[in-house]
Design a protein around this ligand. Structure first.
Ligand SMILES: [Zn+2]
Length: 268
């Protein structure tokens, strides 16, 4: 499993700027074989120490200016590979330590670890038909006025400023980190930050099976007037969800029916 429900950080994404500008103390990148050498060269040029690992057939690269931090991350994540067999307390402690080394807010890491423990680890998750972890995380983080820069739901876009699941879509610590990462992106390429901000400030619908689409809402923000399947990676399930959501009413807790959640990052 990935620590903290972390997405594979997009090579060259916002967090890379944050690392180079010293906003993030370390980075964990999941890379294909083809991407590995190029990324290693780029990070070494930026003065980073690197530690390589393999997880589920993919390359994982830990990068930090501080060699001991990168080594400690690799060591702790190797412990997580034991997954469901790790005693609960040790699992939570390990997640908290990894989160601290990566510079994630402790409240968000604690919320992730507690969700994982409640779900019962990998084994039970595959036996029972439970909501997918991303849906559960979004349900727990839901607020009426979420901060757009905490949008890591990536519906139809690979844009993101953060790579962890925030404990709340208005978490102050996560917002401060997202703003600092945004500052690093702006420093390097201000128009790029404007593009990312525009992509993030949109309402997203996520279903229990993890399918998600971007939605447009009416002036009251209570009804879906249009739903757009992602242009990249679109599957028939996306089109089906988008069609079903046209005109749908959104409950006061963001719910559409009992299996879809709307997070309104587009609210101003
Ligand atoms: Zn938090």
């Amino acid at each position: 499993m990935q620590p903290h429900g972390q997405r594979a950080a997009e090579p060259g994404g916002a967090e890379l700027d944050a690392l180079v500008f010293g906003v993030k103390p370390a980075l964990r990148l999941v890379l294909s074989h083809a991407e590995l050498a190029r990324m290693e060269a780029r990070l070494r040029d930026a003065g980073m120490h690197l530690v390589r690992a393999r997880r589920n057939g993919r390359h994982v690269l830990y990068a930090s200016r501080d060699a001991s931090r990168a080594e400690e991350l690799a060591r702790l994540e190797a412990r997580l590979a034991l997954d469901g067999f790790l005693p609960r307390a040790l699992f939570v402690d390990t997640q908290l330590a990894i989160g601290a080394l990566l510079g994630y807010p402790p409240c968000c890491v604690r919320a992730f670890a507690s969700r994982y423990v409640r779900r019962g680890g990998v084994v039970r998750r595959t036996i029972f038909r439970r909501p997918r972890p991303d849906y559960t995380a979004a349900r727990e983080a839901w607020v009426a006025r979420p901060r757009p820069r905490l949008n890591q739901l990536r519906a139809g876009t690979h844009a993101a400023l953060i790579s962890f699941e925030p404990c709340s879509f208005e978490c102050a610590a996560a917002t401060a980190l997202a703003d600092a990462i945004a500052g690093a992106v702006r420093e390097k390429d201000a128009p790029r930050l404007a593009r990312i901000d525009a992509l993030l400030a949109r309402a997203v619908a996520i279903a229990r099976d993890d399918v998600r689409v971007v939605v447009e809402l009416d002036a009251e923000r209570t009804r879906i007037v249009a739903a757009t399947p992602p242009s990249r990676d679109a599957r028939p399930a996306h089109a089906a969800l988008a069609e079903r959501l046209q005109g749908a009413q959104i409950g006061p807790d963001g719910a559409v029916g009992d299996d879809v959640l709307v997070v309104d990052f587009g609210r101003t």
